[in-house]
Design a protein around this ligand. Structure first.
Ligand code: BES
Ligand code: MN
Ligand code: ZN
Length: 492
């Protein structure tokens, strides 16, 4: 979507008027550029019972040459209601009326709230329709957004809208990667897209460790999970501004990238298995984050690591009972091949520790247990560092991507380190607290620095990466969750 900010000048094909409750007459400037007939139609609609201004209510008024959409915002909309309002408004528009949208923010709007409404529209403008055979006349082109506000808002609103456009490129990239089916999106295809994206960008580096490099390096957590598939595993390293801030510690973000999770030899039931194409959303978020940081012109240095593998059952697959010698030197007893995310992350997290990062954040669609605990409304957040946890929680709240603190108790770690024959085991004793024992497992692979673990946080996005019907920013499929949270965390 193209978006710009201007005075109350021309109207496009569609005029969106977000209005507060109790507006029964068009505010100043709201109807600039419309004819007398058009104005009176809109004013009649506003004073009628058909439009109350209640939050969530909309009324479309057809006038010759311009569809006017009255959007109720309620009395004092929250930040979330503003962002959701923009998203829901865009979702309801049809391109049959043309693709030039004018949104007019009049009486009562702060710059901050305008920005959120516009951001909702921008974020919602994504469809995964590339595999639909469309008729030619369906191709009506892209939306064009013109946000209109009075002079004093224009500077800050332009900055905010440009930032939303930049960050949304990353969000949409993450959704696209997540939505691709597993026959298209396999580890080396992810690596190819990352390499292609980095190509020609002087401040971006993408390095791929292919199957033979993984073997040379001893990345046996990733290898074990991926070796049962025809599509071999790999790791992808992202570096933004690799030559900046060389004597400063910078963040490292790690993503689980299981391009399809059948469960392996501990195979999953068929019902719903198709959703396991989303099991690489952690890695999709990492990629999307780098796109967002790049597009928004971030000047600092950032590292990313994604652990890419397809978890398949085959003659070459790893089995229950296997012992993996991970990159860290610690061994894992495999009790269930479906607990594969933690196996690949063991290598990614240990590698992250080698980069001497300021902090590590990992993202993973790690456990069904996390969905049981938090539904689709929040990601689980575990951390060994209260400050980092609080910062991620706050960034998530600001972006309405809730990351809910969960306990990292010593008892959970103990469950995962109780194997008689290996350093850690990849399954807890029972099924209770499955998201917490998984976090306790991951913690074993966070390196120490000066006798203390590097600050680390784990986001279990199993419930938020897709399937959240209450997420107004997305129609269906992958959500691009936490690209915005992490962009805020890193750039703020
Ligand atoms: N990718 C799944 C977790 C998952 C399940 C995410 C459903 C989203 C929806 C993960 O690899 C997995 O299979 N976890 C197991 C762990 C268990 C074997 C300890 C699970 O949650 O059942
Ligand atoms: Mn699994
Ligand atoms: Zn998985």
């Amino acid at each position: 979507m193209d978006a710009k900010v201007s005075e109350f000048d021309n109207v496009g094909d569609i005029l969106v008027l977000p209005l507060f409750q109790g507006t029964d007459k068009a505010p100043n400037n709201a109807l600039n550029g419309l004819s007398r007939t058009q104005r009176s139609l809109v004013n009649e609609a506003l004073s009628s019972k058909s439009f109350s201004g209640k939050n969530g209510k909309q009324l479309s008024v057809w006038t010759a040459g311009c569809q006017v959409v009255l959007v109720g915002m309620g009395e004092e909309p929250s930040d979330k209601e503003c962002r959701d309002g923009g998203a829901k408004t865009l979702a309801a528009l049809s391109k049959d009326h043309g693709t030039n949208i004018t949104v007019r923010f009049t009486t009562g709007w702060s710059t901050e709230k305008m920005s959120l409404f516009a951001e909702g529209m921008i974020l919602r403008d994504y469809d995964f329709d590339k595999y639909l055979q469309k008729k030619e006349d369906d191709d009506q082109g892209n939306w064009n957004l013109n946000c209109q506000a009075s002079a004093r808002h224009q500077g800050p609103l332009s900055v905010a809208v440009a930032k939303s456009v930049a960050v949304t490129k990353g969000v949409h990239m993450a959704r696209e990667l997540g939505n691709e089916p597993a026959n298209i999106m396999y580890p080396e295809e992810y690596a190819r897209r990352a390499t292609e994206w980095a190509d020609g960008k002087p401040n971006v580096e993408v390095e791929v460790w292919d199957y033979s490099r993984l073997q040379k390096e001893g990345m046996h957590g990733v290898i074990a999970v991926g070796k049962g598939s025809e599509r071999k595993p790999c790791m992808v390293f992202f570096r933004l501004n690799p030559n900046a801030e060389m004597n400063k510690q910078v963040p490292c973000i790690v993503g689980k990238g299981i391009t399809f999770d059948t469960g392996g030899i501990s195979i999953k039931p068929s019902a719903g298995m198709e959703d396991m194409k989303f099991d690489m959303h952690g890695s999709a978020t990492v990629f999307g984050l780098f796109v967002a940081l790049y597009e928004s012109g971030y000047k600092g240095r950032v590292n990313g690591i994604t652990c890419m593998a397809e978890n398949m059952p085959s003659a070459g697959a790893y089995r229950p009972g296997d012992i993996i010698n991970t990159y860290s030197g610690k061994t894992i007893e495999v009790l269930n091949t479906d607990a594969e995310g933690r196996n690949v992350l063991s290598d990614g997290l240990w590698k992250a520790g080698e980069l001497n990062p300021s902090f590590i954040v990992d993202l993973a669609t790690l456990t069904g247990a996390c969905v049981v605990a938090l539904g689709h409304e929040a990601s689980g957040l575990w951390s060994n560092d209260e400050k980092l946890s609080a910062r991620i929680h706050a960034a998530g709240n600001a972006e309405d991507e809730i990351a809910w603190p969960m306990p990292l108790l010593p008892a959970f770690e103990k469950e995962m380190t109780g194997s008689k024959i290996a350093d850690v085991q990849n399954l807890g004793k029972g099924r209770w607290g499955g998201a917490c024992t998984a976090a306790g497992f991951l913690k074993q692979f966070v390196q120490e620095r000066n006798g203390k673990q590097i600050p680390w946080a784990h986001l279990d996005i199993a419930g938020t990466a897709w399937g959240a019907s209450t997420n107004a920013m997305v129609a269906h499929g992958a959500t691009g969750i936490h690209v915005r949270t992490l962009h805020r965390l890193i750039t703020e």
